[in-house]
Design a protein around this ligand. Structure first.
Ligand code: TYD
Ligand code: MG
Length: 455
């Protein structure tokens, strides 16, 4: 029988005993002796006991480390989102609504990587090989040296990947994969979690890049567990509005590059085409200057992107006025309406407010605040801003304007696209860095008074 190694320690003097007693023999304190749990107890309260592990290897933080080698697809929009290319021994999750174009994107990416000399395997759990082949033909990729498989049994897939040792494996989709060691249906939380765990550890062990495709639920989360997002190195979302022809690949997490980077693609009959100048695309449908329309000079990741904010303000027939937002945060809209009312005395009570980011773009930058406020006021006053003006800046609850990061980049992009005036907060870098006329304000009241002659 294993001998018990339990010891007892006095909390007052740290003396150690082999038996419990009410009073410490060493310091004389009462009720201070407790059982020594060896290592600390886990969250379940179960102690690791006195048995020690073998230890881990410690290295110096200052040790030399070369950056990981990267393989490029030479599709600039994709490589940028990946942080400069594909990193070996990494797992990437690509999430998106069903039918948004994930399989198309990844088949095109697979063909590019394969043509650039990276051994690539595409495993489809949703379509038969013949279907994938037909899609490839439609996309003009039929001759790309990509290896196909149509299977969902992960044990078999991993055996093949081990034998073939590719540089890149694409698993479309993680929800269709199943492990015979897990006793639940494919697509269930435990299957998705286990399959993602197997694939990510396999990627690390074998030094290959693995791309997992994940469907997104109605609530906008990758179906199955959020934990998949924690397991992988990179999480990309493929987004877009069904009625619009362009798609955005957005990095929401990247251990090997900047997050918030976007790649913009246009959907065509021959697949996805890169959009190297998204600002021009987002502004292409803009007509004459009209009330409620304001161009926001935004930044997505490292790149400036201009887009149009559209607002409509109309007397409400309802007892409770409507606030409807597409492409921006509803809470943030409520905040700006409140600031306009409280700090500038411009009420929106009894008015329906609609806000739309043109072209199906989604914006999360606080720097859009001032553009939103300008669009709301322009719609409410029925007075258009000059067509050659861009707006950006964050609004604080006090009504003060805060400078936005990367002011210089925003101004350069606006100038490149033919804008002549920028409305921005005071402060921030880039004084006189561009040929634009700058109108700078330190608070919202000043801006409202100057631009709309009110407030
Ligand atoms: P698909 O890639 O199958 O979407 P997902 O894998 O996200 O479910 O694309 C959906 C449909 O859209 C499919 O019928 C092909 C079509 N499509 C195009 O015709 N052109 C394109 O550029 C893209 C991306 C998709
Ligand atoms: Mg698909």
């Amino acid at each position: 029988m294993a001998k018990s190694t339990t010891t007892y320690t006095c909390a007052a003097c740290a003396a150690s005993f082999s038996k419990w007693s009410g009073r410490c023999d060493s310091c004389g304190e009462w009720n201070t002796i407790t059982e020594d749990t060896g290592l600390s107890a886990g969250p379940g309260g179960k102690s690791l006991g006195a048995k020690r592990g073998t230890g881990v290897i410690l290295t110096e933080l200052a040790a030399e480390e070369t950056p990981p080698p990267r393989t490029q697809s030479r599709v600039a929009e994709l490589d940028r989102v990946l942080g400069g290319g594909l990193v070996p021994a990494s797992a990437i999750l690509v999430g998106g609504d069903p039918g948004i174009g994930k399989s198309t994107l990844l088949l095109q990416a697979a063909a590019r990587f394969a043509r650039n000399g990276l051994k690539t395997i595409y495993v489809s759990g949703e379509e038969a090989s013949a279907q994938v082949r037909m899609r490839a033909q439609r996309l003009g990729l039929a001759d790309a040296p990509v290896q196909l498989a149509a299977d969902t049994n992960l044990r078999n897939i991993l055996t093949t990947l081990e034998a073939e040792a590719p540089g890149l494996a694409i698993i479309d989709s993680i929800q269709t994969m199943w492990l015979d060691t897990v006793d639940s249906a494919p697509g269930s939380v435990s299957q998705v979690r286990a399959a993602a765990h197997e694939l990510t550890t396999f990627a690390k062990r074998k030094g290959i890049s693995i791309v997992l495709v994940g469907h997104v639920t109605k609530e906008g989360q990758i179906a199955g567990p959020r934990v998949v997002e924690h397991m992988v190195d990179t999480v990309l979302y493929f987004e877009g509005e069904r009625g619009h022809q362009f798609r955005i690949l957005r990095a929401v997490k990247n251990r090997f590059g900047p997050a918030d980077e976007i790649g913009v693609f246009e959907m065509t009959g021959k697949g996805l085409a890169e959009v190297t100048n998204p600002s021009a695309l987002f502004l292409s449908e803009r007509g004459k200057p009209s009330p409620g329309s304001v161009v926001f000079a935004g930044i997505e990741g490292t790149r400036p992107v201009l887009c149009e904010m559209q607002a409509l303000v109309a007397p409400s027939p309802h007892s409770q006025a409507r606030r409807t937002v597409v492409g921006w945060d509803g809470g943030r809209l409520a905040m700006i309406l409140a600031v306009l009312e409280a700090r500038c005395g411009i009420p929106f009570a009894g008015l329906d407010v609609y806000l739309n980011v043109a072209g199906g773009m989604k914006i999360s930058e606080p720097a859009a605040d001032l553009a939103v406020a300008a669009a709301l006021l322009s719609a409410r006053e029925d007075s258009a801003l000059p067509a050659d003006t861009v707006v950006f800046g964050e609004i604080s609850l006090s009504g003060a304007l805060r400078p936005a990061p990367q002011t210089e980049n925003r101004l350069k992009e606006a100038e490149k696209l033919g804008f002549t005036t920028a409305i921005a907060p005071k402060g921030g870098k880039a004084q006189g860095a561009s040929g634009l006329t700058l109108k700078r304000f330190s608070d919202l009241t000043g801006f409202v008074g100057d631009v709309f002659g009110a407030g």
